[in-house]
Design a protein around this ligand. Structure first.
Ligand code: ADP
Length: 625
C-alpha cells in the first residue's frame, strides 16, 4: 500500500534534509532515543501483563553495520508499532502549533539559507533525521501483544509504502541505506565513536557489531545516568542526556540533579533548556517530565508533578515510593507525588533565585525565554506566588532593560506609597501613553505590564511588599506630593498664576453634552503634559487592558464608558475655551476628535470611523487654508 506524507511531514523532511546537513550524526541519537523510549514502554506494560514482556526480560538495542549492502541497522525489542502506529507516527506530525512553527522556520531558512539547528531542536525532528544520511529507510516492526508484523519503507521524498510481513520478533528494526555522501557512517571507528557518545547514559545495553556475523560488543554501561553519583558525570554526559530527552539540541541553561531522602525519597534530574520549546504557548501547555519508579519508566504524561507554569522544565523523576502497578488515574491523587511536587517546585524556584543573585545577565537569558510562562505561576500557584513575583522582571518608564520589583522599590519617591503601572498590549503603546506624561515629568517610575497574564495575576496578588499596584489609567493620582521643595516654591508661583487661569467649566459642560453616553464624565487632568486629552477609568472601573481582553473573549462585551480628561495647559483646550457659542459645530467636531484621539492612543479604533475621518479632514482643510 502506497501512501503520501501528510503536508507537514513533507515540510519537516525538506527542512531536515536541506538545512541540518552540518549535524548529520544526530540521526543516531534520535534513533537510539526512540528505541530506549520503546523499551521503557514495553517494560512498563509487562508490569501488569507479563506475557507482553521480553523473553528473559532482557531489553536491549543493537546496532550493526553492513558494508556490503551499504546499510546500517538499529533494532530494539521494545514496544513495537502496528500498522496504525506506523502510519500515525512515521507519516504524520500531530503536534499542535506545528504548521506555525514550520512556517517561521522556513522563513528563517530562506533568509539565511541555513536554518538554525537550535530552532529545529525546539521542535525535535526525531525519526525523520534518518533521511539526512539515508536514501532509503525500512522499518520492520511488531507490536507487543500482536501477531502481525509490518514493513514501512520510504525514500523520504513524497511518501511511503506499508506491507504486511510474516513473523518477526516483537520490537522494531530500522535499516538505513546510507547515502554515498554519508558513507562515513559505515566506518567502524566513526560509528562506534558516535554510538558511544549517544549511548553513554542509556539505561539499556547497546550492542555494537561492525559487520554481519562479526562479534557483538556492549558499548555502554547501561546504567541510568541519574542513578550515578554527580561527581562521576561529566558535563558532556549531562548535555547528551539533555538532548536525549528532547529538551533541545543546545546545552541546558540549568541542570538540577539531586536526591532527596525522607518521608518520600526521590532522585531528580531536571533541565531548563537554553531556548524555549516551540510549543511553549500552545493550548495544551504539556509537561515535559518523565516519571520512573525504581528506574522503571511509568509515564511521560504526569501533569501533576510540575505545574503548567513550569512546563519548560524537562527531565526525570525517579522514586521508589510508588507502587509499580499504579494507574494513571491513581497518580493524580498519590500523596507521595504531591510531596515530591511541592519540594520540586521549591527546588526550581531556589535555583532560579541563586542565579538571580549571582549572575543577573544569565538570569536575563532565562527571563527572555521563559519569563512569560513562569509568571503564570503568580496567578496559578497560591503557595508560591510571592516568590514568583519577586523573581519576575518588567519593563519600566525609566529603564530600557527589565527590572525586578525590588529595583522599583529602591527607586521610589519618598512620598510614594503605590507601585504605578500601565497595562498595554505592546511595549510601544505603553511607552507612548499620555497617562505617563505627568508622572514622567515628576520623575516617578511606571512599570509596563505588557503580557496578557499580567492583567490576571494582578487580581491574585494586588501588592508587593505592602505596596499596592496602582494602574495609572484609573481614578486620579495626586501628583502634588511628588513635588520636591524647590518645585514647591515654583508651585506657589504656579498657584498665583492659577488664579489668572481661565474657567473651563462651560467648555467641560459643552463637551460632555456633545459626547453624551460615550463618556461617563469630562474633567481637567493633572497628569497630562504634552497631550490634549486621555481616557481614564474611574476608581472602581475595569482597567483599560482588562477591558480589551474581555472584549477579545466576548464580542458583545460593551465595557463601561470612561472619563475624558483634558489638559488645561494645552493650546487646543485653551483655544477651544475661547470659542464663541455660535461655533457649535466646530466645538462638537473638536470634542469627538479629542475623544477619538484618546481612544487611538490606547490602541482602540474610533467608534465612528467615517465621522472621525470627516472631522479630521475638515480640521486639516481649515489649518491649510
Ligand atoms: P518523537 O520521538 O519526538 O515522538 P519521532 O519522529 O522520533 O518523534 O518518533 C515518532 C513516534 O514514532 C514516536 O513517538 C514513537 O511512537 C514511534 N517510534 C519511533 N521509533 C520507534 C521505535 N523504535 N519503537 C517504537 N516506536 C517508535
Amino acid at each position: 500500500m502506497k501512501k503520501s506524507f501528510e503536508a507537514d511531514t513533507g515540510r519537516v523532511l525538506n527542512i531536515v534534509i536541506n538545512s541540518l546537513y552540518s549535524e548529520k550524526e544526530i540521526f543516531l541519537r534520535e534513533l537510539i532515543s526512540n528505541s530506549s523510549d520503546a523499551l521503557d514502554k514495553r517494560r512498563f506494560l509487562s508490569l501488569t501483563d507479563s506475557s507482553l514482556g521480553a523473553e528473559n526480560s532482557e531489553y536491549k538495542i543493537s546496532i550493526m553495520i553492513d558494508k556490503k549492502n551499504k546499510s546500517l541497522t538499529i533494532s530494539d525489542n521494545g514496544i513495537g508499532m502496528d500498522e496504525e502506529d506506523l502510519i500515525k507516527s512515521l507519516g504524520t506530525i500531530a503536534r499542535s502549533g506545528t504548521s506555525e512553527f514550520l512556517a517561521e522556520l522556513e522563513k528563517k531558512a530562506s533568509e539565511k539559507k541555513d536554518a538554525d539547528v537550535n530552532l529545529i531542536g525546539q521542535f525535535g525532528v526525531g525519526f525523520y533525521s534518518s533521511f539526512m544520511v539515508a536514501d532509503n529507510v525500512v522499518v520492520i516492526s511488531r507490536k507487543a501483544g500482536s501477531h502481525d508484523c509490518f514493513k514501512w519503507s520510504s525514500d523520504g521524498t513524497t511518501g511511503y509504502e506499508i506491507e504486511k510481513l510474516d513473523n518477526a520478533e516483537v520490537g522494531t528494526t530500522i535499516t538505513l541505506t546510507v547515502k554515498a555522501a554519508a558513507k562515513e557512517f559505515l566506518d567502524e571507528t566513526r560509528l562506534s565513536f558516535i554510538t558511544k557518545k549517544y549511548s553513554d547514559h542509556i539505561s539499556y545495553p547497546i550492542d555494537f557489531s561492525a559487520g554481519v556475523g562479526k562479534e557483538k560488543k556492549t558499548i555502554n554501561s547501561a546504567s541510568a545516568l541519574w542513578t550515578r553519583d554527580k561527581k562521576d558525570i561529566t558535563p558532556d554526559q549531562y548535555n547528551e542526556f539533555f538532548r536525549h530527552i528532547g529538551a533541545g539540541y543546545g546545552e541546558p541553561f540549568l541542570t538540577i540533579h539531586s536526591k532527596a531522602e525522607g518521608t518520600v525519597s526521590y532522585t531528580n534530574l531536571l533541565f531548563i533548556p537554553d531556548k524555549r520549546p516551540f510549543d511553549l504557548f500552545t493550548a495544551e501547555r504539556n509537561s515535559k517530565l518523565k516519571l520512573y519508579a525504581n528506574r522503571v519508566f511509568i509515564t511521560d504524561n504526569c501533569e501533576d508533578i510540575l505545574p503548567k507554569w513550569l512546563r519548560f522544565v524537562y527531565g526525570i523523576i525517579d522514586t521508589p515510593d510508588l507502587d509499580l502497578n499504579v494507574s494513571r488515574e491513581m497518580l493524580q491523587h498519590n500523596p507521595a507525588l504531591k510531596r515530591i511536587s511541592k519540594s520540586l517546585i521549591k527546588k526550581v524556584i531556589n535555583e532560579l533565585k541563586k542565579i538571580k543573585e549571582k549572575d543577573g545577565q544569565k538570569y536575563d537569558l532565562f527571563w527572555k525565554e521563559f519569563g512569560q510562562a513562569f509568571k503564570e505561576g503568580i496567578y496559578e500557584d497560591a503557595d508560591n506566588k510571592k516568590n514568583i513575583l519577586a523573581l519576575s522582571k518588567f519593563y519600566s518608564s525609566k529603564s530600557d532593560d527589565t527590572i525586578f520589583l525590588s529595583d522599583y522599590l529602591e527607586g521610589m519617591h519618598k512620598n510614594q506609597e503605590a507601585i504605578f503601572y500601565i497595562s498595554s498590549d505592546t511595549l510601544d503603546r505603553a511607552k507612548t501613553s499620555p497617562h505617563l506624561e505627568g508622572l514622567k515629568a515628576k520623575g516617578i517610575e511606571v512599570l509596563f505590564f505588557v503580557d496578557p497574564i499580567d492583567t490576571f495575576w494582578l487580581q491574585m496578588l494586588p501588592e508587593f511588599e505592602e505596596k499596592k499596584f496602582t494602574s495609572i489609567t484609573k481614578g486620579t493620582i495626586d501628583l502634588s506630593k511628588f513635588d520636591n521643595e524647590v518645585k514647591n516654591k515654583k508651585k506657589s508661583d504656579d498657584n498665583e498664576k492659577k488664579a489668572e487661569k481661565p474657567d473651563f467649566s462651560k467648555l467641560i459642560e459643552r463637551i460632555k453634552a456633545e459626547l453624551g453616553e460615550n463618556v461617563s464624565d469630562v474633567r481637567l487632568s493633572n497628569k497630562l503634559v504634552d497631550s490634549p486629552s486621555c481616557l481614564v477609568a474611574d476608581e472602581v472601573g475595569m482597567d483599560v487592558q482588562m477591558e480589551r481582553i474581555m472584549k477579545m473573549h466576548d464580542k458583545d462585551f460593551a465595557g463601561a464608558p470612561r472619563i475624558l480628561e483634558l489638559n488645561e495647559n494645552h493650546e487646543v483646550i485653551l483655544q477651544l475655551n475661547k470659542m464663541p457659542d455660535k461655533k457649535k459645530e466646530l466645538i462638537k467636531d473638536a470634542s469627538f476628535l479629542l475623544f477619538d484621539q484618546a481612544k487611538i492612543m490606547e490602541g482602540q479604533m474610533p467608534v465612528d470611523l467615517g465621522g472621525f475621518t470627516r472631522r479630521l479632514t475638515q480640521f486639516m482643510s481649515g489649518a491649510l487654508k
